[in-house]
Write a protein that binds this ligand. Structure first.
Ligand code: NAP
Length: 313
């Protein structure tokens, strides 16, 4: 790692500004650790890209994802957390204080909480990359508006696919959900809503194999996985919601993780490196909810506080 000569020493550095990061920062700030939050590329994390969050307790009528993110930030800053609009680029966890290289300079941190979350998976098929932003999207809240009165295809069978697909019905003339099986892993309430919606229809046991278009999406090539039949399906939009990959590449070789890249932690959010904690979707392949990520962030901060107290004797 190189140093840019602008090194700041902090007691606790939090990587990530989603529910995990700001919940950790809130608890750490109230423990007077003056935590610094490096926001990463997306302030508020994935939750901020969600139009409405209906299952975060305390908001019986739902709350906008971006609005909830702002509330998390405001509450943490109220108690002294500091936000730096920067991404961590490299870490050296071989000795304490840990060194973190970021867009806004280098940090030496007595303890670290990794709340870097996860990013949407790609289909990795021909045409997908070339037509991203030209009809192909991974974010309904960001791009749904562009598809007013247009035909849209959504890929996936989980909560994201159905929730985001339902959101796109606000704009699109039709939303066709394409799923590789004939059973959904999405929650029953979302399946029910999608099946009842007049604009939503389904193509099951089918995968998208090609994204077709000259400078702009025109169609997708579909393959029925049971019959092998291939068809061309004309569409204006292709929204892909097929799960996530944790943003943990930077920690490979330093933090223990599983085969999918989720950081291994114990029940105290401790990683294999003393003083480094991980929480939220970077470490959680099971629950991946705003409320569970926020809970894990709080737990990580409580444990980091205990760690720093024990270290200072
Ligand atoms: P997910 O639950 O992992 O679902 C991914 C979907 O994509 C699955 O249906 C999967 O098919 C399909 N898929 C995966 N790879 C594929 C490929 N290469 N080609 C075609 N299809 C593919 O992911 P998610 O929907 O993003 O949800 C992630 C987590 O967030 C879940 O725990 C979910 O409950 C949570 N979440 C909750 C809410 C909510 O509570 N309102 C909203 C959004 C997300 P198979 O089913 O065949 O594996």
């Amino acid at each position: 790692m190189s140093s840019n000569g602008n090194t700041k020493h902090v007691k606790l550095l939090v990587l990530g500004s989603g529910p995990t990061g700001y919940s950790a920062a809130l608890y750490a700030a109230r423990a007077e650790l003056q935590p610094v939050v490096l926001t990463g590329m997306q302030l508020g994390g994935q939750a901020a890209l969600t139009y409405t969050i209906e299952n975060y307790p305390g908001f019986p009528d739902g709350v906008g994802g971006a609005q909830l993110g702002e509330l998390f930030q405001k509450q943490a800053e109220h108690f002294g957390a500091v936000t730096e609009f920067a991404s961590a680029n490299a870490v050296d966890l071989s000795q304490r204080p840990f060194r973190v290289e970021s867009d806004s300079g280098d940090y030496l941190a007595d303890s670290l909480i990794v709340g870097t979350g996860a990013s949407p998976n790609h289909l990795d098929i021909p045409g997908e990359m070339e037509l991203t932003g030209r009809g192909v999207s991974y974010c309904a809240t960001c791009d749904g508006w562009f598809f007013k009165d247009k035909k849209v295809v959504v890929v996936g069978g989980g909560d994201s696919a159905l929730e985001e697909g339902l959101f796109i019905t606000r704009y699109a003339s039709s939303v066709t959900v394409i799923h590789r099986r004939n059973e959904f892993r999405a929650s029953p309430i979302l399946q029910h809503r999608a099946k009842e919606h007049p604009k939503v229809n389904f193509i099951l046991d089918t995968v998208v194999t090609d994204v077709i278009g000259n400078n702009k999406l025109e169609a997708v090539k579909l393959k029925n996985v049971k019959t092998g039949e291939e068809t061309i399906y004309e569409t204006d939009g292709l929204f892909i919601f097929i799960g996530h990959t944790p943003n943990t590449e930077m920690f490979k070789g330093q933090l223990d993780m599983n085969d999918l890249g989720y950081i291994n932690i114990n029940e105290k959010m401790e990683t294999n490196v003393r003083g480094v904690f991980a929480a939220g979707e970077a470490a959680d392949p099971h629950f991946r909810q705003v409320v569970t990520s926020a809970g894990m962030g709080a737990a990580a901060a409580i444990q980091a506080t205990r760690f720093l107290e024990a270290e200072s004797g």
